[in-house]
Design a protein around this ligand. Structure first.
Ligand code: URA
Length: 269
């Protein structure tokens, strides 16, 4: 008979809680994401190299790949060599569809042709600023999802008729609280006026021409609109028409932001 000591109580508890029946087995999710065979992925977990929502995972752990943040050696799962993510500063006059029936330039023309990428979400023809292009369908869906979408920040130069060229506090309040549009009220937004007649507006919905329609609704039509941030992604040094790949840290931050937003809307039961 062997005289194996019982594992400490905390470990027994952790092993049991890891066997909750919900979700998919962690090694299966890792294998699907390209980390090797299930056996190799089990070894990764056993070696303590995998974390789920920041905690080291134990073998047998089940996860919800749509909501849990899974990392191997600190890199979010999903960061695979075949996936590319470009941050592009879209100029006006460029469309955000992959192909345009009127022959106008598209954002896809601004980046390398291989591998093929597609824009995440849309910007109007006359809107400038940041847009993400990728072949990572899962991340794209989550960034653009109206419910789980990360927040997006815009600078809007608006028309102001009154004295001083400032938008009145009442209009700012209305934009913050939500305005009535023909497709329903807008969710609360963050709104400030860093310069007279220039609004910084942060929203997480992605409705068609939303910022323009919000500003119209409070009597201040937009003259110029620039998207300055997508969740954790911002870059003032990209000139219009320029692009660059996301850094690993940015990819990790984006994955984490999307997971955080998903948790906010679908808290674990
Ligand atoms: N809101 C708009 O009105 N237009 C855009 O291009 C993006 C957000």
């Amino acid at each position: 008979m062997t005289d194996e000591p019982e594992p400490p109580l905390w470990e027994q508890w952790a092993a049991r809680s890891a066997e909750l029946p919900d979700g998919e087995r962690l090694q299966k999710v890792l294998a699907r994401a390209g980390w090797g065979s299930r056996r190799t992925c089990e070894d990764l977990v056993a070696a303590g190299r995998v974390t789920v929502n920041g905690e080291v995972a134990v073998l047998g752990r089940r996860v919800d790949p749509d909501h849990d943040l899974i990392e191997v050696d600190g890199a979010p799962v999903g960061v695979r060599p075949d996936l590319v993510h470009y941050l592009v500063n879209k100029p006006t006059g460029v469309v955000t569809t992959a192909r345009d029936t009127h022959g106008r330039p598209t954002v896809v023309d601004l980046v390398p042709g291989e591998p093929r990428v597609f824009p995440v979400g849309r910007l109007d023809l006359d809107t400038e600023g940041l847009i993400l292009l990728t072949n990572d369908g899962e991340l794209a869906n989550r960034v653009a999802h109206p419910r789980h979408g990360v927040d997006k920040e815009y600078l809007a130069e608006v028309e102001v008729a009154g004295p001083g060229g400032r938008v009145a506090p009442g209009a700012l309040r209305a934009l913050r609280d939500g305005v009535e549009l023909d497709d329903g009220p807008t969710a609360p937004a963050r709104v400030s006026q860093p310069e007279p007649g220039v609004l910084r507006i942060t929203i997480h919905e992605g409705r068609n021409r939303q910022v323009r329609r919000m500003c119209d609704a409070v009597g201040h039509p937009v003259r110029r609109l620039v998207r300055t941030r997508i969740g954790p992604l911002a870059d003032r040094s990209l000139a219009p028409g320029e692009w660059r790949p996301l850094t690993l840290a940015e990819r990790a931050a984006l994955t984490e932001a999307v997971a955080r937003v998903a948790h906010r809307y679908d808290p674990p039961t």
